[in-house]
Design a protein around this ligand. Structure first.
Ligand SMILES: NC(=O)c1ccc[n+]([C@@H]2O[C@H](COP(=O)([O-])OP(=O)(O)OC[C@H]3O[C@@H](n4cnc5c(N)ncnc54)[C@H](OP(=O)(O)O)[C@@H]3O)[C@@H](O)[C@H]2O)c1
Length: 245
């Protein structure tokens, strides 16, 4: 039995990861900061809540991460796959408050607290989650960590100003992944960062090019199923090709 844990998973790409992993036989730990939202989402996939298991996780809460590690250790004794999916951008952070969004986007009113908050959730939290789950991941046969990055984190393709908080946090996630990959390879854990494409979610909006189903199907077939230790530390596209840094 393979076990996967997905962060930020009650909606959007995280929810789709849970659906597709569950459909191919994984036992999935569906986490969200609001346990009620996690339960509601898990119940739709698994009324017994034994194959899709809801758990509370605010990814910046190290105490909560450690409690979850203990529970996974006691319950399953291993973790095969960690999907570090939880993330925010200026739009999801601001929830309609245009000035708050601009504090993340625009040089004129850029706000350090806002930048640091996004940095914490998008770049630091995935590494902390990996840090605490390292031991239980190392007990799986071929453990894998997939960090959900973005093409907006690619420095070489950025040709416009603005969007500081999000772009910088995802660039940092690329470097965090690289460092993590070289540390965790000692435990035979394969770690990559991926661009899911532009996807129809609350973050991506309705006009995005891909459905969540298409993006996650691509990531499952071309990344999760195919990566080996040779791919450790790579920045990959949802179609499995390498992304420019
Ligand atoms: N959609 C795209 O086009 C696109 C493109 C490139 C990369 N991505 C990345 O894909 C990932 C998923 O995004 P999405 O498009 O599915 O967006 P989404 O629908 O807004 O989902 C984001 C999820 O992350 C959760 N989250 C945010 N902060 C959290 C925290 N501190 N602790 C725990 N959970 C937290 C949210 O929960 P709450 O509702 O509780 O905040 C939500 O469940 C993100 O990392 C995003 O940056 C998306």
């Amino acid at each position: 039995m393979k076990i996967a844990l997905v962060t930020g998973a009650y909606k959007g790409l995280g929810l789709e990861w849970c659906k597709q992993l569950s459909n191919i036989g994984y036992t999935v730990i569906l986490t969200a900061r609001d346990i009620e939202k996690a339960k509601e989402a898990a119940l739709i996939m698994d009324p017994t809540l034994t194959k899709v298991i809801p758990k509370a996780l605010e990814v910046t809460d190290e105490h909560q991460i450690r409690e979850l590690v203990d529970w996974v250790n006691l319950t399953f004794g291993k973790l095969d796959v960690l999907i570090n999916n939880a993330g925010i951008n200026s739009g999801t952070r601001a929830k309609g408050d245009k000035e708050l969004a601009q504090k993340n986007l625009s040089l004129e009113i850029l706000d350090a607290t806002e930048v640091l908050n996004m940095f914490h959730i998008n770049a630091i939290a995935p590494v902390l989650v990996a840090k605490y789950f390292k031991g239980v991941l190392a007990k799986a046969e071929i453990p894998k960590i997939i960090n959900i990055g973005s093409w907006l984190g690619s420095i070489s393709i950025k040709t416009t100003g603005g969007n500081y908080s999000y772009a910088v946090s995802k660039s940092a996630l690329n470097m965090m992944t690289r460092a993590l990959a070289f540390d965790l390879v000692k435990e035979n854990i394969i770690t990559v960062v991926v661009n899911p494409g532009w996807v129809q979610t609350d973050m991506g909006g309705g006009k995005a090019a891909l459905t969540t189903e298409q993006s996650v199907k691509g990531l499952l077939e071309n990344v999760l199923h195919k990566i080996t230790l040779q791919d450790n530390g790579k920045f990959l596209q949802w179609d499995g090709s390498e992304h420019t840094w």
